[in-house]
Ligand binder design. Structure first.
Ligand code: ZN
Length: 279
């Protein structure tokens, strides 16, 4: 595997991660362009420079962003993890070019070999964003490695999104209600996991988590689309402010749930507690 190195000039010294990366987080670029272009754009946002550790281009070339020992700047809550950006827009582009897929597989397999405990996740698992896109071929990428993640297939996801859009349109939801809805997805998946027999629970749990994150993404997409169309200023417009406000409401709800479960249903306490500790 060939990795192109670059002599990036950082605006400030990079921070060193203290332990091993807990996650490998995949992104799409939501467009095309060079690694140098990403570096410049991240500098202009006031970051130290390119926030990803790797950039996998459509032509199959792999470029180094930050060194692996450094903190990234690619997903709030997961910047102690390795961030990989795939050129292209996998929200609209259905197929990954063979060269990019092959390079991505090699890179993922190598990282998984060197960081066997790191879990593979998408950007959207940490903050409400469409990244890495509904058509991002995560299962395909992981076939070269040891773990294949169950993902909700695009057909089902489209159906889910349609249902969510319908729901958001018919209910005048504030951000607090949205947080409540997201918490009920967490409960649906958490309670189902608790109901399963001990053995085989791990695999089922990862499927349930994939369902939960697909439901979240579909619901948030539909909600934000509805709000944007209605031009009501119910919620912050910028992605970051939206994510932050939503996170606050989700925490608020989860704290209430912790108190409730501790009093009434201690066997379910793990469900809201999971929302308070970063995965
Ligand atoms: Zn991303």
């Amino acid at each position: 595997m060939k990795i192109a190195g670059h002599n990036w000039k950082w605006s400030k010294q990079l921070g060193r991660r203290s332990g091993l990366p807990p996650f490998i987080v995949v992104h799409h670029q939501a467009g095309t362009g060079s690694t140098a272009g990403i570096h410049a754009s991240h500098l202009s946002r006031g970051w130290r420079g390119i926030g990803y550790h790797y950039h996998v281009r459509l032509d199959g070339s792999i470029h180094r962003g930050r060194p692996e020992w450094a903190y990234g700047a690619h997903a709030p809550g997961a910047n102690d993890s390795i961030g990989i950006c795939f050129e292209g827009n996998y929200e609209t582009q259905r197929d990954m070019p063979a060269a990019q897929l092959a390079a991505g597989r090699e890179l993922m397999a190598d990282l998984q070999r060197r960081y066997p405990k790191a879990k593979v996740r998408g950007h959207g698992d940490f903050v409400p964003t469409a990244c890495p896109g509904r058509y991002f071929p995560l299962n395909e990428l992981l076939k070269g490695g040891s773990v294949a993640l169950p993902l909700v297939d695009p057909g089902k996801r489209a159906l889910l999104k349609q249902r969510m859009l319908w729901y958001a349109l018919r209910n005048d939801l504030s951000l607090k209600d949205v947080a409540g809805m997201l918490r009920s997805f967490a409960y649906a998946s958490g309670a189902s996991a608790l109901a399963l027999p001990e053995e085989g629970r791990t695999l089922a749990e990862s499927r349930l988590r994939a369902w939960e994150s697909a439901a979240r993404a579909a619901f948030l997409d539909a909600y934000r689309q509805t709000v944007a169309n209605s031009r009501s200023h119910l919620v912050p417009e910028s992605d970051e402010a939206f994510a932050r406000a939503l996170r606050a409401w989700e925490l608020d709800k989860a704290l209430y749930e912790v108190a409730y479960e501790a009093r009434n249903r201690p066997t379910w306490l793990a469900i809201p507690l999971a929302a308070l500790t970063p995965a």
